[in-house]
Design a protein around this ligand. Structure first.
Ligand code: NAI
Length: 301
């Protein structure tokens, strides 16, 4: 018996790449899945992979699982409502939202157009907001009605969001925002029986197939970047086993699980009185010298 038996989850962007691996992995663990995917390209091109959600549903059914397709745009306000209703109509329950859908439009900051900026921020940040917002409203109503709630929000951040990435200012901004959103959701929604965690994956998908990283499988070695390596943590987070685990940001690579420590205060200088502008330079440089070095921005020289 799988660890997600009896659970129902929405997985956004589940027609390709990581979302597909999550949906199949969840179904293999007994979860019923609403497979959402708009069927766009790696840069959000319309119609590039039309039918992707239905294909994943067919694969899940072929392995004996239960799934329904949804082809809404995650960043449309009403889409989240439709996905929640679809889960309830099809399976009579909803326990988890896995926010995964997204695309990149990489540009150096000085050439990024407002349209590129808005499109990337919209799909990731607004996409995370719209889907979870409707689910949280549903779970809150359940909780108020006295029905037990043991629900999950699983967000997708990125190393780009946690430490920055050259050529990805909009994407890094959105993914950093998602990590912080996760902390706020965990703090606000815990009393309703909802946990919120985020995952920064590392996998070979069309999104990372840019030539910038060597993610190819090596003959005879563990396939470090197979998207399927990311699915067990998602299944665990969806399952009842992860009850009480909340406000965490995980980074996964192959068989390695990291917990991100986030922004933290260290070290500090205290004059005990208002600082003078003329003394700031010495203080700031001393603090920079004594702090733990930050992880470098990806791609920084
Ligand atoms: P992918 O391009 O293979 O899959 C993304 C899926 O999202 C596609 O099927 C696409 O049609 C769907 N999608 C895009 N916009 C949508 C919208 N508005 N509504 C509904 N569906 C939409 O990319 P991949 O690599 O699987 O990425 C999945 C998530 O993981 C993304 O949020 C990405 O930023 C994140 N990520 C991926 C990493 C990796 O190593 N592949 C690293 C860090 C984060």
């Amino acid at each position: 018996m799988g660890i997600c038996e009896g659970r129902v989850a929405i997985v956004t962007g589940a027609g390709n790449g990581l979302g597909k691996a999550y949906a199949l992995g969840l179904a293999a663990q007994g979860c019923k899945v609403v497979v959402n995917d708009l069927g766009v390209g790696a840069h959000g091109e319309e119609g590039a992979t039309r039918g992707a959600a239905e294909q994943v549903v067919d694969e899940i059914k072929a392995m004996g699982g239960q799934a329904v397709a949804n082809t809404d745009d995650v960043a449309e306000w009403d889409s989240g409502k439709r996905m929640v209703e679809q889960a309830l109509d099809s399976f009579g329950a909803l326990h988890a939202v896995v926010n995964n859908a997204g695309f990149v439009r990489d540009r150096m900051f000085f050439t990024c157009s407002p349209e590129e900026w808005d499109a990337v921020i919209r799909v990731h940040l607004r996409g995370h907001f719209c889907t979870s917002r409707h689910a949280a409203e549903y779970w809150r109503a359940q909780s108020k009605a006295g029905n037990p709630v043991d629900a999950r929000i699983i967000n997708t951040t990125s190393g780009a969001g946690l430490q920055g990435s050259v050529g990805q200012s909009a994407y890094s901004t959105a993914k950093g925002g998602i990590a912080t959103l996760t902390l706020v959701q965990a703090a606000e929604l815990g009393r309703l029986g909802i946990t919120a965690n985020a995952l920064a994956p590392n996998a070979r998908t069309r999104m990372t197939n840019t030539g910038a990283f060597d993610m190819e499988a090596k003959e005879g070695e563990f396939d470090l970047f197979a998207p399927e390596n990311m699915a067990p943590l998602v299944a665990y987070l969806v399952s009842e086993q992860s009850k009480g685990v909340t406000g965490q940001v995980f980074e996964l690579k192959g068989g390695q699980v990291f917990l991100s420590q986030g922004w933290t205060d260290s070290p500090a200088f205290d004059k005990g009185a208002r600082l003078e502008a003329s003394e700031m330079d010495a203080i700031v440089r001393k603090l920079i010298e004594t702090r733990e070095p930050a992880k470098p921005v990806y791609g920084a020289a």
